[in-house]
Write a protein that binds this ligand. Sequence first.
Ligand code: 7TS
Length: 415
Amino acid sequence: MNHTKTDIPSTINWNEIRSQFPVLNQEVNGKRLVYLDNGASSQMPQIVVDRINAYHSHEHANVHRGIHSLSQHATDAFESTREKVQKLINARYLEEVIYTTGTTDSINLVASSYGRTYFKEGDEILVTEMEHHANIVPWQIIGEQTGAKLKVIPMDENGELIMEKFYELLSAKTKFVSVIHVSNALGTINPVKEIIDAAHDRNIPVLVDGAQAVPHSTVDVQELDADFYAFSAHKMCGPTGFGILYGKKELLDAMPPYRGGGDMIDKVTFEKTTWNDLPHKFEAGTPPIAAGVGLGTAIDYLNSIGMDNIAGREAELITYATGKLSKIDGLRIVGTAHKKASVISFLLDGVHPTDAGTILDKEGIAVRTGHHCAQPVMDHFNIPGTLRASISFYNNEDDIDRLVEGIEYTKEFFE
Ligand code: 7TS
């Protein structure tokens, strides 16, 4: 994530890569679309769209249950994604890769299964002040059921975690740590390795919310030594409705199922039911098969460019955008951490973010406005929300220039 231009091979043709995304090739409100809402959801290249269509057109059957050829083929296609995910994040065992419907589902799985089993009155769960709601609310729900309480690692005015406070908060009461890898609201890259090492010194497991990290960098769960790692397909050039929970085998083995139903059982009687092995123990019911197949192709696609090249290109674009936006009078960037990825949040003097977002939309520029599902971040800065430009490797300098023009126009409009 901290690459420089010289790291990227000059043979990569970013214009050609951009042209592989059909959604980008259209006008919105009469203007060429500038898509800068990749943090909410990225776009799919044609190859992923085609793969999903081909699955629906020729290959669809339910998985893990049919003896017939079509079902076996669908199962193979669906399961091949698990191997691709295993390689992508360097999981030790294939069965450590659990299919979910997204980051939210992955975190709810751990909160429900692990939390309900191990948390008790007086226990503490550490999260950061910059969590997405998906990494706050599931812990609060389990906290209400178990008596465990949330403790919050604060951040400073740049949007960086105050690590001394983290060390102060770690105590005999801490039973779990759950932290965001890259902030979707501020772009801060958090020192998750340091957090994991410190927690492990006290035998505390750590979940990392990697929804905004996996699409933008190389993530190695063994190197991090993360106990759990969650992310979503739709933020990494894949489809919606699919995601991943990585978990260490010994922890997952000891955890009870989260949801019951088909596929997750070994033997069912009315007296007693036994569970299937990992990973299926956590995968009840018919999964989003086409989406899983699509994620496999998305991973192949990202690998064909190279995650390090993607990180390098995005760092270039973020540097370019930060330089340009910083020069605009009356624009304040919210989140000025030393290490940032993919996201620039900002405010315009005297203009509500929603109003500014509406004008930008009229100019064909898609940014997100509001609290970005991180209300505590907005409370910290005492603001209602921000405008957020979140970039991807298929954006270019022209997109940023259009954003800058759009912002200048917005300022004039409200003057
Ligand atoms: N965690 C982080 C860090 C996220 O950015 C998001 C989604 C989630 C969890 C939830 O992911 P889901 O796929 O389960 O919905 N973030 C955003 C965003 O920034 N704008 O819209 C969704």
